[in-house]
Ligand binder design. Structure first.
Ligand code: SF4
Length: 346
């Protein structure tokens, strides 16, 4: 156990009262006066991930209960408004044109189709509606269609979110004016592991779009994927990158790789589910106010693992039968799970 890890454990043993504050002080870098150090450097996130499991979960619960209702989970629905044929080469994605998968290309949905789906999602209890499109980035004519969709979904009383790829100057502002509340743009993994997964863009491209989204006044939804063969150190690197965004994202989806036949990552060694839970806990601790979203991969998780994720601080899920192109637990299974765990949807 590292010195930092044993210090943290000792603090936890002293009691829960102000442990959250003491640990935040110990784990977070103090603001420097010369060069601003990152608030969470990788070694500090890694020290969290290295904690004994019970201590990590206890710490995550302290933070979670300080900022959130521990028994409330947000339901979001995600639809693909344009599927497949993407020119990018994300190694996990069945929508990349270059991989031979069972995903069929689908042109952009009509405004009516999107509004009907959004209304049905609202009737099922969703409070946020996310629209995803498989583009490197939207063209101006795509943005014009998205503007119509966003304002129509917003008019239904739903929070709106879109994930459309990299944005050019002015596009985020158009989406904001249409009523877009959140823009999703994931960092996917740690910088040093990024080019193992994607070569058609780089980390700076991602950060650039995130900056455009922030500048336009749109909330940021940004997370990553674990289980892609990365090390624990790389998982710490991803969480550190997210936590050090200034400000950190309001919404942090943590995805578990769904291995799809035909993609390069199909056949990757499976990640221990407890490592996934640890990653959720680290996201909760380092980004206390964010909605931490249990996203892709939930269909393959047992109820017990999902319960541990909620215990670790996840407080948002995607709800519905499909997640863009991969499966998601049916609504009925989720209702039964919420009932068993005494969770309320928000
Ligand atoms: S993840 Fe997005 S950008 Fe990457 S290949 Fe899939 S649709 Fe394209």
């Amino acid at each position: 156990m590292s010195q930092l890890t044993s210090d943290i454990t000792a603090d936890l043993e002293m009691g829960a009262g102000s442990a959250a504050d003491r640990l935040t002080d110990k784990l977070a870098e103090p603001a420097g006066t010369v060069a601003e150090p990152p608030r969470w450097d990788v070694s500090r996130v890694e020290a969290l991930l290295d904690l004994p499991f019970s201590d990590l979960i206890h710490r995550a619960q302290l933070v979670h209960r300080q900022y959130h209702d521990a028994n409330a989970v947000q339901l979001s629905t995600l639809i693909s408004v344009k599927t497949g044929g993407c020119p990018e080469d994300c190694g996990y994605c069945p929508q990349a044109a270059r991989y031979h998968t069972s995903v069929e290309n689908q042109d952009m949905l009509s405004l009516d189709e999107v509004v009907t789906t959004a209304a049905a999602a609202k009737a099922q209890g969703a409070s946020r509606f996310c629209m995803g499109a498989a583009w490197r980035g939207p063209k101006q004519r795509d943005i014009e269609k998205m503007v119509e969709m966003v304002s129509a979904v917003k008019a239904l009383g739903l929070e709106t979110c879109a994930t459309l790829g990299m944005l050019k100057s002015g596009q985020a502002e158009q989406l904001r004016q249409a009523g877009l509340d959140y823009y999703n743009h994931n960092l996917d993994t740690a910088p040093e592991f990024y080019d193992e997964i994607i070569t058609t863009r780089n980390y700076e491209d991602r950060l650039d779009t995130l900056e455009k989204v922030r500048s336009a006044g749109i909330h940021v939804c940004c997370g990553g994927i674990v289980g892609m063969g990365e090390t624990r150190h790389a998982r710490a690197g991803l969480i550190g990158q997210l936590a050090n965004l200034d400000p950190y994202p309001e919404s942090v989806p943590i995805n578990h790789l769904v291995q799809v036949e035909g993609t390069p990552l199909h056949g990757t060694a499976a990640l221990d589910p407890l490592e996934f839970v640890r990653t959720i806990a680290a996201a909760r601790i380092t980004m206390p106010k964010a909605m931490v979203r249990l996203s892709a991969g939930r269909q393959e998780m047992s109820d017990a693992v999902q319960a541990l994720c909620f215990l670790a601080g996840a407080n948002s899920i995607f709800y519905g039968d499909k997640l863009l192109t991969t499966g998601n637990p049916e609504a009925e299974r989720d209702k039964a799970l919420f009932h068993k765990l005494g969770l309320r949807s928000i």
